[in-house]
Ligand binder design. Structure first.
Ligand SMILES: *Cc1c(COP(=O)(O)O)cnc(C)c1O
Length: 386
């Protein structure tokens, strides 16, 4: 199989050849074939969350953040107040978005290795009747932590507020119940395994219909985007036609795999192979097992004088694997994604590559005082250190 690098990153991810092949033609934005494809996409996305009766899909050109920004700008009224639950970089991003939009925003923060707590959210909502909307990240991709979405949703619902869920790195694999009063944001290129370029919001039909005039931005106005789709089935502005085609092909693959439950099983196997293998190599995980989603794993950087992330990732890249450094504010770490068109065999190959990379670093980066004999081993090892 012809294959580029294996991306063990938080996205974009490794995609299947058939998904990329679906892009090998042109469509005009007004072609019947393309309008049908868009309709198919809009019909299938809410089904993944079992929300086809209540929610509509509003796709948007751009990366995931575009949908987060569009949802906050459109669904939170300008006179409202947004409470953002933060335990990582993506929660912080929602705080920045809301502040820049000039919305009244409150942030409640937890440590990066702690789940948000529904009970605390309940007290905050009880204490501040001005809060109209709450935003939470489902799987916080900063660390890989799974927040207790159902508990938060039930508290927010009981208190009569609306909920925005950043389900970017969970939608398509982890189960998500979208109740009334909840909307969700996700994108083409994470657990759906499409190529990057489309984000989307699943919004309650009544909420999106009521959101007219909220959004000060023209291109991010989800209400207008929705009205465009409903009026003539077309995207308001130039659609990423090939990305739509790839996403529809990716949804076909998801169906053939057996839906989100089957996909989650595959990711779970990937995660198990990875975590067992990494533990054997001496790496310790950042999160307690109970908080970990099988989406992306964060490992502490070894505290060895010879360890260097740049050298480690370069040695892995030489063997075909791309990994990214951690995004934590405190601990030095790196992250390994378990999602994408990958299986347990890929993860086993990765663990082997990591083992080889570590062995090379131990040899190459010995502390000063290394003997002549070792210096020649250094020249013959074949991997680069800078
Ligand atoms: C990937 C991701 C996003 C969006 O990132 P983009 O780079 O804009 O696609 C937002 N939230 C979470 C939790 C994510 O994992």
């Amino acid at each position: 199989m012809t294959r580029g690098p294996v991306l063990l990153t938080p996205g974009p991810l490794t995609t299947h050849r058939d998904t990329r092949r679906a892009m090998l033609r042109d469509w005009g934005s007004r072609d019947d074939a393309f309008i049908t494809m868009t309709a198919d996409l809009r019909r299938r996305l809410p089904k993944i969350a079992g929300a086809e009766q209540t929610h509509v899909a509003v796709p948007l050109q751009g990366s995931g953040t575009f949908a987060v920004e569009a949802a906050i700008a459109t669904l939170v009224p300008r006179s409202g107040k947004l409470l953002v639950l933060v335990n990582g970089a993506y929660g912080e991003r929602m705080v920045s978005i809301a502040s820049r939009l000039g919305l009244t925003v409150a942030a409640e923060r937890w440590a990066e290795d702690q789940a948000v707590e529904a009970a605390r959210v309940d007290s905050l909502l009880a204490a501040d009747p001005g809060i109209t909307d709450v935003a939470v990240v489902h799987c916080e991709t900063t660390s890989g932590l799974l927040n207790p979405l159902d508990a938060v949703a039930s508290v927010v619902g009981r208190r009569g507020r609306r909920l925005l869920v950043d389900a970017m790195s969970s939608f398509g694999a982890l189960p998500i119940g979208l109740g009334s009063g909840s909307s969700l944001m996700a994108s083409s290129n994470k657990c759906l395994e499409g190529v990057p370029g489309i984000a989307f919001v699943l919004a309650e039909r009544s909420a999106i219909a009521a959101a007219k005039g909220n959004c000060a931005s023209l291109s991010l106005d989800l209400h207008e985007q929705w009205r465009g789709f409903e009026a003539n089935g077309q995207w308001r502005f130039t659609p990423p036609v090939q990305v739509v085609a790839a996403l529809v092909a990716a949804l076909d693959r998801l169906d053939r795999e057996g839906g989100p439950a089957a996909r989650l099983r595959r990711y779970g196997e990937n995660f198990d192979v990875l975590s067992t293998g990494m533990a054997r190599l001496g790496f310790s995980p950042f999160l307690a097992p109970a908080l970990q989603a099988p989406i992306i794993a964060t490992f502490h950087a070894p505290r060895e004088p010879w360890y260097d992330f740049a050298a480690f990732s370069e040695a892995l890249a030489d063997r075909g694997f791309v990994i990214y450094p951690g995004k934590l504010t405190r601990a030095e770490s790196f992250r390994i994604g378990c999602i994408g068109a990958l299986g347990a065999a890929d993860m086993r190959r990765f663990v082997k590559a990591a083992q080889t990379a570590l062995a090379g670093m131990r040899l190459l980066r010995r502390p000063v005082g290394v003997s002549e004999g070792h210096a020649s081993a250094r020249c013959s090892s074949g991997s680069r250190s800078t």
